[in-house]
Ligand binder design. Sequence first.
Ligand SMILES: Cc1cc2nc3c(=O)[nH]c(=O)nc-3n(C[C@H](O)[C@H](O)[C@H](O)COP(=O)(O)O)c2cc1C
Length: 372
Amino acid sequence: MPIDRSVDFTGIRFHNPFLLSSAPPTESESNILRAFEAGWGGVVTKTIGLHPVVNVLGAKAKFMRTSPEDAFVSMKKRPGAALHSSWNWELISDKTLDWWLPRIRRIKAAFPDRVLIASVMAGSGNDKELQNWQRLASECQDAGADGLELNFSCPHMDRRDMGSNIGKDQGLCSVVTEAVKEVASVPVWCKLTPATAEIEVEAGACFRGGADAIVSSNTFPSIPLIDPDTLEFEINVDGLVSSGGLGGPAILPLSLAKMAQMTRAFPDGSFSGIGGISDFSQALSYILLGCGTVQVCTAAMLDQAVGPNVIKRLLAGLDAFLERNAERGWSGVEDFRGLRRDRIVPQSEIRRPDAADYHSGYEVAEGYASNP
Ligand SMILES: Cc1cc2nc3c(=O)[nH]c(=O)nc-3n(C[C@H](O)[C@H](O)[C@H](O)COP(=O)(O)O)c2cc1C
């Protein structure tokens, strides 16, 4: 059977399951056009909002590296060091909705068969903010966006009624999703913060509000390291720092764990996986846990801003994987999606050397009748 890279995700047809996530790679028209030329199946725009956005002075994002020589994790560049993570405290797009709308129209006119998802964000807690969500949704879809991604996930907004503070509150997750669904004619995805104890609770709330898919992870809350010589944070403004977001290789296993919690709770739900993907092997882990698409940020930022080599590797990896498994009858992503979702079980269900003596970590209760 010939290989088929395409996927149907929330009713949208993608040439391939690989997307650029909402971040600097998708912050401009020229970047998005270059991304489509490079072969990405879809892009999620940098998050668009209606409130004033003013970023901090100086660097908004940096990369941490480590090396076998010094074993330090540091933003300082040194030869032979490998990428550990990205760290950022960048806010959402500082361009207005009016700046974005004609660009969405032009991008869709240039690439009608590539998928453009508009990431949007407003506040919460009053009707005006709910109307802002609805306005963002309506205007982006009218401009041609194929879908909407609601940003409930940015860990470092300067406003308390936004971003991950919505994603941490199941009531707000439901209410905002429902408000957007009232006006949406395109699929609605909710991007959740990983910074909650039981992410499946918020995922359930989004699904109850009508979400068509859940996206995770955004970056994990974190602070930069302190330079041992200067005793200053490696990123700071006037010596001060605030919590920002960690992305890249360091968050891959963390993000997979969050994703597994959700795909196991909602095996029929649609999920888009993000976090630490630079190659097909990492994308494969997300797909085997049940994701129908995956998204990339850090690896693309480090590869000519939009990841032309990253998408080449992802596509070549998918093709090679399908060819290797052709004898199993696999020809596309649906043939192996979710295959390892059920392998994650409570610790007590993992086999012990001597099963007869093991009682899930508890003493044998008095009067316990052991199995013959
Ligand atoms: C500099 C920077 C800016 C980002 N801006 C946004 C944003 O505006 N909206 C959003 O939903 N996620 C944003 N993200 C998060 C990414 O889309 C992605 O979820 C995260 O970086 C994890 O993926 P990665 O490990 O491939 O980097 C940003 C990430 C970085 C590094």
